[in-house]
Design a protein around this ligand. Structure first.
Ligand code: SF4
Length: 180
């Protein structure tokens, strides 16, 4: 029996919708478990890769210094790194703030918004430093594959992972990746 591929996932500045969509493979997760072993992931609650993994799936872009640190560490642990979804590929929804100066965003959220009580911009030293702009992950690390969508469908995850596990170059038919 062929060795199982090791898969890890992580979430940066995203909404977890890509992870939720992955779980929509439903009962196919049993077949997937026969060819793949899950390592670090919010799905397993394993916090760090145990060793080198074959495939690392990244949801979300980079909005703070902790995201950058996590991504660099994750890249080092993954033979193949995959940008999953619009946020990882181009910044997605969080990058909408890129058109507004960061200080203005903070003031609008924490000082001026309707219903704010005890207005103050959080500045605890424990909080990750916000980046001035939200960045896609390929601006910081090498990315091997991109899975488009917001989120990519469960069928996209299934096709992509089973192709790789079978030693095939992944190919996604047009009807899986068009959104018009
Ligand atoms: S691509 Fe869409 S579903 Fe995925 S993390 Fe971003 S907003 Fe959520």
């Amino acid at each position: 029996m062929a060795a199982k591929i090791k898969v890890a996932t992580t979430s940066l500045a995203g909404c977890f919708g890509c992870h939720m969509s992955f779980l929509d493979i439903d009962e196919r997760i049993i077949a997937l478990a026969e060819i793949a072993e899950f390592d670090r992931s919010p799905l397993t609650d394993i916090k760090h890769c145990s060793d080198q993994v074959d495939i690392g799936l990244v949801e979300g872009g980079l909005c703070n210094a902790e995201n950058v640190h996590t991504l660099r560490e994750f890249r080092e642990s993954c033979k193949i790194l995959v940008a999953v979804g619009a946020c990882a590929i181009n910044g997605g929804i969080p990058a909408m703030r890129n058109h507004i100066p960061l200080q203005e965003c903070l003031e609008e959220s924490y000082l001026d918004a309707v219903g704010v009580e005890n207005p103050q911009i959080p500045n605890d030293i424990e909080l990750p430093l916000l980046l001035n702009k939200v960045h896609p992950i390929h601006e910081v690390v090498k990315v091997d594959y991109f899975l488009p969508g917001c989120p990519p469908s469960a069928d996209v995850f299934w096709k992509f992972l089973t192709d790789l596990a079978s030693g095939r170059e992944p190919s996604l038919p047009y009807d899986l990746v068009h959104y018009d």
